[in-house]
Design a protein around this ligand. Structure first.
Ligand code: G
Ligand code: G
Ligand code: NA
Ligand code: MN
Length: 257
């Protein structure tokens, strides 16, 4: 309950903000876009991770309010980048399971991007397999299909950690698979042989299905090398860039221009 209240209070007092982490082409090294990651400013101005309000995502109303707030801020940032002539590529936003319990989510995404004049394909919706369980399960597949048909990108996050992944791959139109960072971080670790086999199999699976494969949590050149050699298309991780506030991204984009 404490976390839910902190989450609610953070929305009400405008203490939430997006950080952005670059997503890189593993083949060319180019920045393809960013993942928007929720951050919260506490009373002392410290930036806190979403884990500090994790339970807020279990509360339908608070989760929805956080999602609305994030979408508003990300769209506003895109409008600002556009006005400065900066090309941000694509931005991925994380959808919570709660958002798949109400079709307003679809209308909101369409309405906000269209009103801003942002092409819908500039926004990628990241979903986890968690949406296929519990109260969001009945509507999730249909809503994801509609989002895809409306022109948004769809990315399956934390791939490999959920259950029945392959069934969902057949049923929902995803553009990209994101290999969970636990596999990447274990590539040369204790159970590295297994992780290496799993990672290369996911990459092959993605290739066979014609999907982009994004590896998360890349921290070392050695991990990047492995992924490149196995044909992984995109990557994200501290090696390429930590999640950063918009001002830092402005500079990065201005340097790229
Ligand atoms: O940024 P960090 O590593 O702390 O993120 C922790 C978790 O919070 C990740 O699983 C991430 O997917 C989730 N998360 C980050 N931003 C958002 C957001 O805007 N909405 C939702 N629903 N989850 C988010
Ligand atoms: O669940 P999701 O994939 O959305 O989680 C993304 C989270 O992973 C973000 O909160 C981000 O801060 C974190 N993250 C991003 N890159 C790295 C990395 O290279 N190493 C670690 N440990 N965490 C990362
Ligand atoms: Na994510
Ligand atoms: Mn993930």
């Amino acid at each position: 309950v404490a976390m839910i209240n902190i989450g609610r209070e953070a929305v009400e007092n405008k203490r939430l903000l997006p950080y952005y982490q670059p997503q890189i082409s593993m083949q060319t090294g180019e920045v393809m876009g960013f993942e928007a990651l929720l951050r919260r400013r506490d009373r002392s101005g410290q930036i806190c991770l979403p884990g500090t309000i994790a339970e807020a995502f279990n509360d339908y109303e608070v989760a929805e309010a956080i999602g609305i707030n994030m979408l508003d801020m990300v769209i506003a940032d895109m409008i600002d980048w556009r006005s400065r002539g900066l090309d941000w590529g694509k931005v991925s936003i994380n959808a919570s399971a709660a958002e798949f319990r109400n079709r307003d989510f679809i209308h909101r995404l369409i309405d906000h991007t269209d009103r801003a004049g942002i092409p819908r394909d500039r926004l990628i919706i990241e979903v986890t397999e968690g949406v296929f369980v519990g109260r969001s399960a009945p509507m999730a597949s249909d809503m994801i299909t509609e989002l895809k048909q409306a022109g948004f990108g769809i990315s399956l996050d934390d791939f490999g950690t959920g259950y029945a992944s392959l069934t969902h791959l057949r049923e929902i139109p995803v553009d990209a698979l994101k290999i969970d960072r636990s596999f990447i971080q274990d590539l040369f670790g204790n159970t590295g042989n297994d992780s290496a086999a799993i990672v290369s199999a996911i990459i092959k699976l993605g290739q066979g299905l014609g999907k982009t494969v994004v590896a998360e949590g890349i921290e070392t050149e050695r991990q990047a090398e492995f992924l490149r050699e196995h044909g992984c298309s995109a990557g994200q991780g501290y090696l390429f860039g930590r999640p950063a506030p918009k001002t830092a991204i402005d500079e990065l984009l201005a340097g790229k221009r």
